[in-house]
Each structure stands twice: as structure tokens, then as C-alpha cells.
Design a protein around this ligand. Sequence first.
Ligand SMILES: [Zn+2]
Ligand SMILES: [Zn+2]
Length: 743
Amino acid sequence: MSERTPKFDPAVIEAERQAAWAERGDFEAPVPAPGQPRVYVKPSSPFTSGNLHMGHVRDYSIGDAYSRFRRGRGDAVLLGFGFDAFGLPAELAAIERQEPPADWVAQCGERMLGQMRRLGFSFDYDRVFYSSDESQYRWSQWLFLTLLEAGLIYREDATVDWCDTCNTTLASIQVEDGRCWRCHNEVRLIRRPTWFLRITPYLEENDRNTEQLQNWDELALATQRYILGRSEGVELDLGAGERELTVFSPHREALGLATFVLMSPRHPEVDAWIGDGARAELEQMRSGGWERSARDARAVPVVDTGASVAGPAGGELPVFVSPLVDARFGPTAALGIPAVEEADAEIAKRMERAPDPVEVGEGEERPAAPPVPGARDAVQYRANDFSISRQRSWGTPIPVIHCPEHGPVPVPEADLPVVLPRDIRPTGEGNPLDDRPDFVDVACPLCGEPAKRETDTLDCLFDALWLWVPAAVPPADRAEQMFTHPDLQEWLPSERLVAGGDSGGFVFDQRIVTKALRDIGPFAFMEEGEPFAGCLFHEMVIADGRKMSKHLGNVVDPDELVGQYGADTVRFAVLYAAGPAKTLNWSDGAVRFASRFLRNLWTYSQDRFVALEEHQHDPEAAADTEHMRDRLRKWCENGLEKITEDSAELQMHKALRNITRLFERIQDFEKRVVKRRGQLDRADAEAQVAALVVLARTLVPFAPHTAEALLLASGRADPETLGAWPERAEIPVAFAAPAPAGT
Ligand SMILES: [Zn+2]
Ligand SMILES: [Zn+2]
């Protein structure tokens, strides 16, 4: 490093660049020019937890790099962002701190936005929103009323998953192996009136479309298939007249070996089949006698209805009820075929009315199945309607009024929003909205008589159904045109969703609701009903081979890293260390490597920029090294081609590997010339500086502060277009007078 080399001081460089971006409004969503590709990049919407964690840094580093890359290529880019601010995490944090959740959410949001700015993420910060803002949840309520009117929301006294600890119902995707997603306690089933989102009408279309989605990575597609839970098989009508039952089986060849029928406790006709003797037992199963952890066929509850139905190959099949069906095929009825299905064999052993399964010894053939006529192809989906109401206060109020005369009455759209009392102070016990007469006591919209407001609130899962929409609407127009603004047709569907691998459930439901809004009208322009044209899921960030947790003391704090190394180093390290499909096991090695690389690149490039003028030109010397400059040009062309391809495919770790490799080659070029001739000719130095400029340009999406500062220092980049992507590597092989600055 020469004395003239500007010092590499990330804190100073990054503050300067960020000030320049803010001043120029570089990241405001542009008005797309005619024919200009529109790219709406949707990163994940975090809970307002108060701190970015390394998973967020990973998410936003990928999304930001991609956005900068696309901007650099001349596309109109919207990198929008909002908080999923309602829900249990914020409510529980507020309880702990004894303050209103609204205050807590505001503090957390401010802090997290500060962290994001410090990391240099190029969001359009003017478009940031909170799902808990009145202006925002007004539209969650509108969506509720719209889906209610379309018959896609219904209220039913139903069996729901209930967590005793959290004192709330749970959606099935919040139940993991029979345990609460949040507190990991065992979940039980209870009956209560609940609002449901009907997704079943769109399962088939989600299924069909999943196979045609372009630009979705394998991880993302796998989550969609898993959540759908498709089983192929056949359907049969058993019995006759009033005692008819349609049953499903994935075992087409073995239907004749069925020995019983298993019905879901949620089957719409289950009550018609259950005998009086078994009714109490069924109620017990529904109301909590069954721990959800009992997925095992040896332990799962099974109720004998006492009824039988004529089997497909003659004989009578006893009809049992068990939630085991739901876990496999959804709320249907299925044939029990112990000969081919181990779980069915376990059930048969336990149930008196089922014949004991025939043991087939090793080498023996199982008995041939008698032919069964009348079976037709069928597909079952495990995914099913789910509850969207919660007995919690920090959520979107459900716009419904209960009238003694008229039952549940939707709040008229003109009366939206139904405002959540801002000073609500949850304690963790029950639902504080129940104790607020100012909220609860209202007049019925139909008869004007005293009535009660619904005090269940919407699960934040419901807010999330449309969290990808608001960023595409200018904030000033959101009050009037959230779902009808003309810009929606410019930006939707989102070109790319970048989200954690655990977002599959949210995305699945977003895909459903997009189809619903397409059919209802507002989203008719999205013919496929798909909100995301492309989707990248990334795995999480862990440390020491384990999930980060305060308890283990292995939490990596992004602020500390940024303070010590600078934002670019942290971004570089998190992108470089692993491909998106791999879990990133955080180590200081990655951050040290990134820091060293950026520092070396800085010093090396600055030295060459400064020393350029000192090189003499000698035509004879230049001719002698021309083939070397030509090779440098090819290295740059090949490198650029690869880095461009990697970036377009969001394989940022590969792009960075190719960037580090190109830097090695540029250094190698100099070593070879010096070895041959003792020093660089002016032609060599010009070629090398041009190569360093190409390199810095490719680095902009990943380490934007450092890369832009280097471009400025080179004197060969227009300060107004520092983010432009180099479409060609223009490395001068023949010597020409140096290009003037600013071109
Ligand atoms: Zn819980
Ligand atoms: Zn009424």
C-alpha cells in the first residue's frame, strides 16, 4: 500500500454511499418506461421482534443483490418491504414489558429499519408498512368480508387444535408433530365456533400450477407439494341408498382385500354413521381426549361407529372413525387394507370388529385381491380449510357483529375499519377485548338493536395472505385503491419471492387467495392466479451446527459484526459461505475471508488507479505483452459471463466465487507481465485498470458501498450510474489514449 492509497474504512465509506443513495432517491420504485421489464422483488416480512437475526440478513442480502443486479441491467425494480406486526410474538413481548403491543411494535420496527439501512439494503423505505396499522388492517377486514361474501370464509362449530399454554386455537400448519409451533407443548382438539378459510376449491389448481411454475427452486416447489399432500388412487361408492359411502384408497390393486373403513372425525357425514353407543366416544375424541402427538397407528384413537357397509368384494366392512385419515388424506373416508398398509394392520389388531390381519411369512405371496368393479381414478389432498380466528387481542378485529336476532352480521364496508383499541394491554390471560364494553357493545347493522362485536381476532396468517400486495401500491393511494390501483398490474405478479425455507405454508395460502381474488375480480389480470412468478427459498443460518438460541449462547448479532467489519463484509460473508439451498453454519472464517478480500481488493485497486499515470508507453514493449492483455480480456469476458449468469439465477455464492477468481487472475496478469519484462507498460496498466473496473462493477450488487467507492476512485465511472451492470468486458488490448473521466 502506498502512502497515497485512501484508507479502507468501511464505516466512513458506507456512511458516504448511503447518504448519496438517500439523497438521490436511488431505490424509490420507478415509474416503468414502456417496454421496460418490471421486477418486483418480495423479501420475507419479518415479525417485529426487535432485532434482525442472521436469517434476515441472509434473506435480504440475496434479495438486495438480485434487485441491484436487475436495476443495473436497466430493469424497473421494486424492492418492497413490510412487517408482519400482528400476532402472538409481539403480544407476548408486550405482556413481558407491560406496555401496549402497538408501542412495542413501533419501537421494534424503527430499530429493525435502522439495522436494514445500516446494512445498505436497497428497499424503497417510503413504502414500508406494518400489518398492524389501521390503514393496513382495514384491508385485511375488507378481504375478510370479500371472501365471506364469496363463500370462502365460513363459521362452523368445529374441531380445532388448541394450545393450553398459549390459550388459543392453532392452524394446522402451526402444529408440528402434534406440538404447538411456538411453545412446543402438546396440542389437543376442542370444539368451538370458529371462522374458517375455505381453500379446498383451489387445491386442484394449486396442484396443477405447481408443476408448471418457472423460476421456482426445488426447495420452494418441494414445500408446495408437501403442504398439498397429494395422494393418487381410486374412489369407490360402497353401500346403497341412505347408507352410501364414498371411500378412497391409494391401493388400486388391493381394494378387494379391504377389511374395514376408516372415516375422518371431520367427514361431513360422520354423524349419520355413528351409532348412539359410540356418540359419546366420538365427542370425547373431538373435544380433547386425543393428544395430537398420537399420530402413531398403535396409539391414535379409533372409535367404532357400530355400523357396517357392504364391502367392494362382498362381505360387510365395519366403519371406524379416526383422525389418522386426516393425517394421510384429509377429511375423507378410506379403505382399511391391512394386507398392504402397515398402519391399517395396526388398527385391525386393535379393533374387535376387524378381522385380524393375515400374517404373510417371508417368501410367501400375499393372497390375490379379488377384482373390484366400479373404482374410478381419484386424487386426495391432505391440505384442508383452516381456522383463521384467534382468542387474542393483538390482531385484526374480525368485522362481524353478533345480533341476538340475526346471528353473525358482517360489518358494512363503509364502517371499516373496525378499530382495535390502541391502548389494549394484554396480560396473557384470555382475551382482553372481552372486557372492553367500548369495543364490544354495538348496534346490529340490520336491526339497530343492541348486539356484540366479535372479539376473536384474525390470525396473522390471514394478514399474511396479502402481505405481498401493499408494497406495489404508492402509500398515498393505499387508503382508496389497495386492491384496484393501476400499478398493481405493473408490478404483479412479483418477479421473485425470496424467503426462508419455512415459508411454504404462507406461500401456499397466498397462492390460494390470489386465485380467489382473480375469480372475484380485483386480480382478474393475473390469469394464472399465481402471486410469484419466481421463488427462491433459502435455508436458515445456524452456529456451531445448532440453531441459534439465547439459551445456547450461540446467537450471532448482526450489529456486532457490522460494527466490527462493516456492512459489505457481513453481506459478502453471508452470501459467499453457502448456496441458498444449504443451511449456513456460521463461522468467523467466512467473515474474516470476506473482510480480507474486500480490504485486499480495495488496496490493490486504489494503488493501481493512483499509479496508472506513472507508467510509460513503449510500442515495442506493448507489442511483446499484447497476447497477455488479450488473455486478460478473455478472462474478464468469461468471468463476467459466469457472474452474470449466477446473479440472474440468484446463485450469489457462485457469483462471488467467480468474482474472487477474477481478482486472482487480474493479479496474475500483472505478475506474469512483470516476470517477462520487469514492469508494466502503460498499455498493460490501462488494461489492468479496465479489468479492475469491470470487477468492481460486478461487485456492486454484493458489496455495494465498497464497489461504488472503488468505481468513483477509478475516475472511469459516471457517478450517476455507478450501479450499471457491465454488459461487456471492455479491456483495451491495443494501446489507445486513455479515455477521459466520466464516460
Ligand atoms: Zn402453545
Ligand atoms: Zn339484528
